[in-house]
Design a protein around this ligand. Structure first.
Ligand code: DGL
Length: 269
């Protein structure tokens, strides 16, 4: 029965665990199979053809398990690889860009929206085009914020350094008058409290933060509900795979997943 199939999720590494965590919280009966391609991260600085190649390999691996949907947690992959991935499998493949853009357009009163992300995501212009498709009057200002990924992985949250980095990155966007900011990378939800405080106390601006992990989880739930595919019985023995060292995955991933990992297996792809 398809309701029993798992939800496949993949990312370049551990960042996508922020998406997995939201899905697990919102749909506690669902079983997740998560793949972190830690051997090849970061994806954000690589060319789109390389990212597509890696993404196809990841989906090929996940598709060996009976799945009801595949969630592309990685913003970089979602920006460039969805058409190729959708051709590869005959189950729904959801990316984070569309859900994040829809939430941003709903949240913004002025239509002036900021987007931050890894270089590949920003270079693709995908968030911008998705937002403009929904509101052609919107103004979108985007910037790359690559230092946030290592800061999050090193656990340097709420430090003098993270505050300084966030302030330098966000000041130019806030000065353009954004009232909404899309956190266009798997790692950024960890900075939400800091960004909120910065906007309120330092910039004295009310800026709505869009967490694509939350947006995609809601859309996935809506889709599974509509298709009668939500699992009525609890079955959450999640499985995690990493293409590099599993102990590092567990140690660094803890802050992203927010709880202990049941089991992490190594896979060579
Ligand atoms: N997962 C990536 C993203 O959301 C961030 C890390 C990387 O560059 O691989 O864009």
């Amino acid at each position: 029965m398809r309701t029993k199939g798992a939800i496949g999720i993949f990312d370049s590494g551990i960042g996508g665990l922020t998406v997995a965590r939201e899905i697990a919280n919102l749909m506690p009966n669902e079983r997740l199979v998560y793949l972190g391609d830690t051997a090849r991260l970061p994806y954000g600085s690589k060319s789109s053809s390389t990212v597509i190649k890696y993404a196809l390999r990841n989906v090929g691996f996940l598709a060996k398990t009976p799945l009801k949907a595949i969630v592309v947690a990685c913003n970089t992959v979602s920006s460039v690889a969805l058409p190729a991935l959708r051709e590869m499998v005959d189950i729904p493949v959801l990316g984070v860009i569309g859900p994040g853009a829809r939430t941003a357009v709903q949240a913004s009163r002025s239509g002036i929206i900021g987007v931050i992300g890894q270089p590949g995501t920003i270079k693709s212009g995908r968030y911008e085009s998705a937002i403009l498709q929904l509101n052609s009057d919107a103004k979108v200002y985007s910037t790359t914020t690559p230092l946030l990924v290592p800061l999050a992985e090193e656990g340097w949250l709420n430090t003098e350094v993270s505050k300084l980095v966030l302030k330098s990155y966000l000041e130019p966007l806030v000065s353009r008058g954004i009232d909404t900011l899309v956190l266009g990378c798997t790692h950024y939800p960890l900075f939400k409290p800091e960004v909120e405080a910065l906007c309120k106390d330092e910039f004295q601006r009310d800026v709505a933060l869009v967490d694509s992990a939350v947006s995609i989880s809601r859309e996935l739930k809506g889709m599974l509900e509509r298709d009668g595919l939500l699992n009525p019985h609890p079955a959450p023995v999640h499985r995690f795979y990493a293409t590099d060292d599993v102990d590092t995955f567990k140690r660094v991933g803890q802050a992203f997943w927010g709880q202990d990992f049941p089991q992490v297996l190594h896979v060579d792809l």
